[in-house]
Design a binder for this molecule. Structure first.
Ligand SMILES: NC(=O)C1=CN([C@@H]2O[C@H](COP(=O)(O)OP(=O)(O)OC[C@H]3O[C@@H](n4cnc5c(N)ncnc54)[C@H](O)[C@@H]3O)[C@@H](O)[C@H]2O)C=CC1
Ligand SMILES: O=C(O)C(=O)CO
Length: 333
């Protein structure tokens, strides 16, 4: 058996790969021509598979993608090929869920607006001029300041795509006392937190009920521009749209128009239809928008987890077992 790694990885990783591969031969070609020669009799591959490499392979059975998302990895010959493909999903679920809760807490407590004020040394409670929220209007009355700051226990968070990342978001939101909803084409309960994940035909119901809508779905032919003007208009006018899945799922122009027209109250985005977001895009200047540059998955643990998945799948391949994170190539996830 033979395993090819291309493009090359560092020496420490290569040593770990060789150790996991045991009796399986490991080739680490230094350039594309060498990779074309090595892949001819390879059984397994890790890295960036191109149409040329696949065409040269004669007995490839398993490929491990280095990324979670596959929209830039798949091509027609690969989809049709009988080989098994596994991806890197699940490595960042906890840290991305933390990132999402960061967005939620900013909007609930207006932290993103107070940060802007802090830069200008401005003391100005959002919602009004009073300096003692909760006491300004007398017992039992809700002051404008109180109204401008949410109680998370009163809020509903709806997740679109309850997979690895979506499940972690559901767990965290529930721990903050939020009501949680979820839709997924393959609904599976999030144990102890959300028994009834809805089928996709209830997406608009989820949108109408949620104060925070979080997109944690992959880019697939079905999710492309899923959030257009019409779908965004199903959301509450007080709601916030959060996207940490893929930028193409949200029509950026429609979202911009919706924010400018107060169709929804805010947005927090880590991924964009165009990355980097152009410098002159109107979203940069909106006070009710939080933008992060595709960093929701960034964490010091990712590199080790990435290697762990690869090594586990090499071990499984050698043992004749199914890889973890197997992908349905026709569905792109
Ligand atoms: N912002 C970032 O840095 C990162 C973003 N991602 C994105 O997050 C996506 C999800 O990652 P995981 O949760 O690990 O993957 P996963 O495969 O565990 O979960 C994806 C879920 O989305 C569901 N889904 C598929 N089509 C759908 C549709 N039309 N509507 C609603 N749900 C649908 C699937 O059934 C699955 O349950 C990835 O595909 C990737 O695009 C992943 C890693 C980092
Ligand atoms: O692997 C992915 O899909 C990512 O977005 C990593 O940031």
């Amino acid at each position: 058996m033979k395993f090819v790694v291309f493009p090359p990885v560092d020496d420490r990783r290569l040593a770990a790969i060789r150790s996991a591969a045991g009796p399986m031969q490991v080739a680490a070609p230094a350039d594309a021509n060498a990779a074309l020669r090595e892949i001819v009799d390879a059984d397994a591959f890790f890295g960036k598979l191109t149409p040329d490499l696949l065409a040269a392979a004669t007995q490839l059975k398993w490929v491990q993608s280095p990324t979670a998302s596959l929209e830039h990895y798949l091509f027609p010959e690969l989809i049709e090929h009988p080989l098994r493909l596994s991806n890197m999903r699940g490595l960042f679920s906890d840290v991305i869920a933390d990132h999402v809760m960061g967005y939620v807490l900013c909007f609930a407590r207006q932290l993103h607006r107070y940060l802007r004020q802090q830069i200008n040394h401005t003391w100005s409670p959002i919602g009004g001029e009073q300096t003692r929220p909760g006491f300004a209007t007398g017992p039992g009355q809700v002051s404008p300041i109180d109204r401008a700051h949410q109680h998370l226990g009163d809020c509903t968070l709806g997740v679109v795509g309850v997979g690895h990342i979506g499940s972690e978001i559901v767990r965290r939101a529930a721990a903050f006392g939020m009501t949680v909803l979820g839709v997924d084409p393959y609904p599976r309960p999030v144990e102890g937190v959300l028994d009834d994940v809805w089928a996709l035909d209830r997406l608009d119901e989820l949108l109408a009920a949620s104060d925070y809508v979080v997109i944690a779905a992959p880019h697939t032919p079905e999710t492309e521009k899923l959030f257009d003007a019409q779908r965004i208009s199903w959301m509450k006018s007080s709601a916030v749209l959060i996207n940490i899945g893929r930028g193409i799922i949200v029509d950026l122009q429609d979202l911009t128009d919706a924010l400018e027209g107060n169709v929804i109250a805010g947005a927090a985005l880590d991924v964009f239809e165009t990355e980097p977001l152009p410098e002159d895009h109107p979203l940069w200047g909106m006070e009710n928008v939080i933008l992060t540059p595709h960093v929701a998955a960034a964490s010091p643990r990712v590199a080790e987890r990435h290697l762990d998945v690869l090594l586990e799948n090499i071990r499984r391949f050698v043992a004749g077992e199914e890889p973890t994170n197997l992908v349905d190539k026709t569905q792109w996830f």
